[in-house]
Design a protein around this ligand. Sequence first.
Ligand SMILES: Cc1cc2nc3c(=O)[nH]c(=O)nc-3n(C[C@H](O)[C@H](O)[C@H](O)COP(=O)(O)OP(=O)(O)OC[C@H]3O[C@@H](n4cnc5c(N)ncnc54)[C@H](O)[C@@H]3O)c2cc1C
Length: 700
Amino acid sequence: MTASFWDMMKRPGTSSKAHSTASSSSAKIQKMAPGLRSDSPRSRSIDAQSTSTEATTSSSQSQPDDYRQTLSDVVVVGAGPAGLMLAYVPSSPPAWHIFAGRRADGNGSDNLVRFGIKTRLIDDRPDRTSTGRADGIQPKTIETLRQMRLAEPLLRKGVRVYDIAFWTSTALQSLHRTAREIHYPPVVDLLDPYILLVHQGMVEKIFQDDLKERGVHVQRNTAFVEFEHTPQKVRPLQITCKDAVDHTRRTYGARYLVGCDGAHSQVRRCLPDARPIGSSRDAIWGVLDGVLETDFPDIWSKVVVHSEELGSILMIPRERNMTRLYIELKSDTKESASREELTREYVMKRAQEIMLPYVLNWRSVDWFGRYQVGQRVANRFTDEERKVFIAGDASHTHSPKAAQGMNTSMHDTFNLAWKLNFAVRGLAKPSLLATYEQERKKIAEDLVNFDYEHANAFAAGDPDALAANFAKNVAFISGYGVNYEYNVLNIPNKGHGIGALKPGYLLPPAKVTRFVDSNPVDIQTDIPALGQFRIYFFCRDVYAAKPFLDAVCVAHQTMSSYVGRVTLAGNASYTIQPPLAAPHDQFVCPERYTPVSGIFTYALVTDMPRHEFELDDLPVTLRESRWTVYLDDCPDKDTRGQKCIDKWLDGLAENEVVVLNVRPDGYVGSHRRWDNGRRESGVAAVKWLDEYYDQFLCDL
Ligand SMILES: Cc1cc2nc3c(=O)[nH]c(=O)nc-3n(C[C@H](O)[C@H](O)[C@H](O)COP(=O)(O)OP(=O)(O)OC[C@H]3O[C@@H](n4cnc5c(N)ncnc54)[C@H](O)[C@@H]3O)c2cc1C
């Protein structure tokens, strides 16, 4: 980046630090140009010339403002979990061996964020969340972070909760344990069957640090005010923001606007006819994070305590030896009078009373807050005409006790990010972006319905009702049960029943061996989230399936197939506007997973013994995709002791071939079974694949 809009925005006291950090990290930036490996010397020399993102990246010199620098493809309002996930989601470096499209000349746009989309991420706060708010990460989110190669710092620092205990006190019986359950019983097939407790600020930090490594910074102290739609302009959205410090106003041009600006979203207010629908409950809850001194025996489990007389407590162990307490302040006692009277001391005293006869004291308190539960879903998440979206708490709110808000918010934007990436690149039909609201509004409604029952069971203090509500919804709570209805992306199988794979559902966990290095891997997360579709072929005998595989792979390398033309268009787009890499990408090596196409990763799964074939026996597309050829030979390592082919497909006959389309967010799109590996079947598969992708992707 040459000019420095950021310098114009920076304020005394914060600017020089931000400036120097950005400068040093921008020196490390690498641009993932086509065909360049992330560790290649040429990529480094390109990197030295260019940094990422407008406005949010500093340069070493202060230079005059420039109109161009106020333009972006996407403006994201709000750097909470939803906004950071959106800004983060990467896309793949382009394929190009086969489609030798335009090579980058090393002078790509200066204003790229990591996935090649010019994104401005603004937030009205001076810094990320320091204390309080969300702390529970659900199994599906852990898996998503694993796939993004971001989970490790959180797994290292977080606390894992595997069980849940129920305690009750009545007029006749003092506080006693009534049950202890496994938090995620094996009815749900989970790779990580626990809740990971880490503070929301730590989650925000992993994204922020990753962005920083790519030279991207959140533009802080900047509040979104309003937008104007000017369809005659290339970037039709004129977005007005106000500097929180000096109150100056500035207008940015963008093609898309996403409001991740929390429950009181200003972006939502600016959407015609958009409003949150739902209601608030009377009860107020106090929340305390701190280090306890107590003789209560279950402090390291998740605990639900119910006192008939005084209300409920939810107790959750936290990182750094802390415990979080959610304390109900019953509406029929003093608490209903005035929120202000509900001081920290008052809430602590109430907790001590509920926990009697156990002693409860605080060695330190990190955070205290009060909240009233509101369950609301916005009536619209999208303004298709103006290309404005809302996500996260801006589009839905509910009780925090089921640890869903941050998780769902991140999955909203995990769903939206790859669709926006295709749209900005001109590779998406309008039907693709339309699926965002179809899919995520349904999830928000499911969540509020679950939360309503969950909050009722809590308020009633009925441990049986609470346990029953939990058991009924355990798959949904974990994130694995979150599923989408049929639409252009999720296509039902006409008469081709198949194991655990269901369109609109996530891939169940399965273990396989990677052919190229014999590593046992979790197949559902092994291919990093780079914004690409995955096309898996399953067969038992590679040689019997060879004519089929040849027919598909050859068609996909040429303009004769729709998929081939999409690849050509996608590779050209990535050549012009490549993603940015961070230094740590040298370890992930994203280019391994998109060797032939920036839009599709091809993978093969077979249970043929390793010594019976070589990579050279495969069609060139699969040969090039050597990191995604898998052997289905390690059921002993699976969560259910099953082979992938058995678990996912309910078995496969000797000559059968299955093709599976997996969306960039890990959801099953469609799949089909052919009863033989002949060429004619392969030709039919080409047609079937073309029809699928033609529904929502654009070719040349
Ligand atoms: C006590 C408590 C406990 C919780 N526990 C959990 C839990 O365990 N698990 C869980 O999943 N969820 C939990 N949640 C919910 C979770 O915190 C939220 O759902 C989550 O933060 C939503 O993320 P978001 O990015 O949508 O919004 P937010 O985190 O609210 O982020 C919105 C961002 O937008 C910024 N912003 C707002 N207006 C503007 C504007 N006009 N211009 C620019 N920027 C703006 C804000 O400053 C903020 O940084 C809890 C919430 C509370 C209050």
